[in-house]
Design a binder for this molecule. Sequence first.
Ligand code: NAD
Length: 477
Amino acid sequence: MRYGSIINGRERNETHRDTLEVRSPYNQEKVAELALAKRSDLEDAVNNSFDTFHSTMKTMSAHRRADILRKTADLLEERVEDFARTIMKEAGKPIRFSRDEINRSIQVLRFASELAKNILGEVLPMDAAIGGENRMGLVKRKPLGVVGAITPFNFPLNLTLHKVAPAIAAGNTIVLKPAEKTPVSAYMLVKLFQEAGLPDGVLNLLMGTGEEVGEPLVTHEKVHKITFTGSLPVGRKIRESAGFKKVTLELGSNSPNIIFEDANIENAATSLVKGAFAFSGQVCISAQRIYVQKNIYDQFLENFVKQTKELKIGDPESEETDIGPMINEDEARRAKLWIDDAVEKGAKIETGGEQNGTVLSPTIMTNVDQNMKIIAEEVFAPIVSVIPFDSEEEVIKFSNDSIYGLQAGVFTKDIDRAMRVADQLEMGGVWVNEISTYRQDNHPYGGVKQSGIGKEGVKYAIEDMTEMKFIGIKLDS
Ligand code: NAD
């Protein structure tokens, strides 16, 4: 099947275009062929989004925006299996996890639908200022205009919706550039919005690579905001070239999870198996560093290794599969090299460490230190390290010793300690008695330090996709 860009409701899929193949990371079967966008398509898409903002979206009522989002959610609910199978094929995500992604995406659309009707302003007490008597001050929230959305491969539907749904709720138009590795679910989403009644030109889709399409989208002067989810190097580049635009960056991390001696060890181990290895660790908040208090370290490690060995590796299409492939062989090889590098520097492989094509077996490392890439950088692979610690002060220092700060997990029954530690961790979010990898779609989500700028979570993304406008009135008497 061949897919092209969609601009003003029409697909650009002519045969003369350059193409790019999308192949299953598991068995290399061809999933799709992309008819790539050219520079002129980008111009057309942005100009059309700009015009559609002024002609249509700026004046579209809140109830209509809410209706379209709700209808899209209803349609998606009818097609969970179609979408889940698409993500399973294009991303190699095991089918059960692919379904979870669709079910979250439905919620994102519902949250956005509800919030579209609740974008509130303020009335200011103008007489608080000397000379402000007989004046009225209103603060309204207005849409920005054209939002450029650039998305990664690992949650190709849900992370696209974390940008598209709030943008529509707020009354913006969007030019979407999905990851070229996983663009089919984004194409299906645009079709779904069309079916739900979204006017042409509100959501334009560009098929292409970061260099060809992403970069000129970031620098285009008619784009008012760039919302990007992806890697740190690309995020850094976007920040530098975006000029005056608003920018949201949702980047990577090396999330710590801390287990104190009073925690429920069995539960922590069970949830951390999922937290470290779900979608082969290709999750931005994947548990990468597990710090365990010394007196329970052996007990935890034994339990954790045992449960990890029970994971079923195989075909993402099978209902039984826990671990499928990584996104491509280069990434699996890169991750294997990082394991070898750590072993050379003295680390020990407790289980896993075998790479076969795109599949890397779930790997637990010990004896690690800060000089190893598997600790200092984002592994983005099924590799997790288990590290002993003595005291609360020490583990806070270990956890914060990172350029990243997205989410962390803290396991303890002591509420005072939980709150102390949560306060001191340099993170965008902290979970107590839950893994760093857990995320709901309605809380603020986004990193500090080099994990990002700005927040998603539908309500917070809407705030970032609107701007305040002040209207003051001088009354006659
Ligand atoms: P990536 O940075 O390689 O690509 C992301 C997107 O950026 C793709 O659409 C790509 O085509 C585009 N792109 C590439 N170069 C570009 C450029 N120069 N200008 C503009 N766009 C460009 O990331 P990926 O491999 O798809 O995803 C993995 C990364 O995403 C990991 O680092 C992960 O932590 C991060 N991530 C973060 C979050 C979060 O919410 N914080 C969520 C998921 C993934």
